[in-house]
Design a protein around this ligand. Structure first.
Ligand SMILES: [Zn+2]
Length: 283
């Protein structure tokens, strides 16, 4: 089983996770820029974070033969902090870099006027830089948040086929399906979407435009739940080709729209990262 995790925050995971993911069949992933828990107080710390998403993390992933890509954005939560707003001015420079395959995660956290502005501004950046957009939906008041999200996407003029709306569930799946956007589902260990519930949704709505991710971050989460979902699909009677479509070809098609997905020579794990010796057992 080859797996492409289209949404996982490796910054918050250990190197052991990379090792376990590689053993489970994860060959590629996309790490969206997000909130780091501790509030950031200056745009400079975002620049350092973005650099690590484009340098250090691809190197860590490469040690295990995993291809790492990133999405770059000012996340919805920190869009509310005036100290972080200047990050919007940093983005054009980052959105031109190799390895950046979408603008994200953007969207709503608490649905404030500040989030409205920053969401619309970043959809405009996606259009200007000809990149897809990865859109986070709020965990509270999800149905209303998703409706409002889709209205803003429609107003922006971006092609819905270049937008993935993430963290969906049974309540929001049809709204997004009707919009023409891609549908993202985050599988969690004990809350929200589970592998079995995901299989039910695939049975009901088919595999087209469906993206399954582990969204693993600082919280309780499991980077192997993509694999568990593939196993649950097979047990439920889906074919290996169906699993390959959902866990590999769909994310490749979605992020491939950036023109920057690099999946060539995936077996070559000989990455190099200047100045580093930690992963090789140095100091
Ligand atoms: Zn996320």
């Amino acid at each position: 089983m080859r797996i492409f995790d289209p949404h996982i925050h490796m910054t918050s995971r250990t190197t052991d996770d990379y090792e376990r993911m590689a053993a489970a069949g994860v060959r590629a992933l996309v790490e969206p820029a997000f909130w780091l828990g501790q509030p950031r107080t200056s745009p400079d710390t975002f620049a350092d974070y973005f650099d690590s998403l484009l340098g250090w993390e691809p190197f860590r992933a490469g040690q295990f033969g995993i291809r790492h890509h990133a999405t770059i954005a000012l996340n919805p939560k920190e869009a509310n902090d005036p100290r972080c707003r200047p990050v919007l001015d940093l983005l054009p420079r980052y959105l031109e870099k190799d390895g950046v395959v979408a603008v994200g995660e953007i969207g709503y956290d608490s649905m404030t006027p500040e989030e409205d502005e920053v969401f619309a501004a970043q959809l405009a950046l996606a259009v200007a830089h000809e990149l897809p957009a990865l859109v986070h939906t709020p965990h509270r008041d999800k149905a209303r948040g998703t409706e409002r999200t889709l209205a803003v996407v429609a107003e922006s003029g971006i092609d819905p086929g270049r937008v993935a709306v993430d963290h969906l569930n049974e309540v929001t799946v049809e709204l997004v399906r009707d919009s023409g956007c891609w549908l993202g589902f985050s599988i969690y260990p004990d809350t929200k979407m589970s592998p079995d519930r995901m299989v039910e949704l695939l049975r009901r709505y088919g595999t087209e435009r469906m993206l399954v991710n582990s969204a693993a971050d600082w919280g309780r989460s499991d980077p192997l739940l993509t694999r568990a979902t593939g196993e649950a699909m097979l047990l439920a009677g889906f074919t290996a080709d169906d699993v390959d479509r959902v866990l590999w070809r769909n994310p490749v098609e979605f992020y491939g729209q950036s023109g920057r997905l690099d999946l060539a020579d995936l077996d070559d794990a000989d990455a190099t990262f200047e100045g580093n010796s930690i992963l090789r057992g140095g100091n």
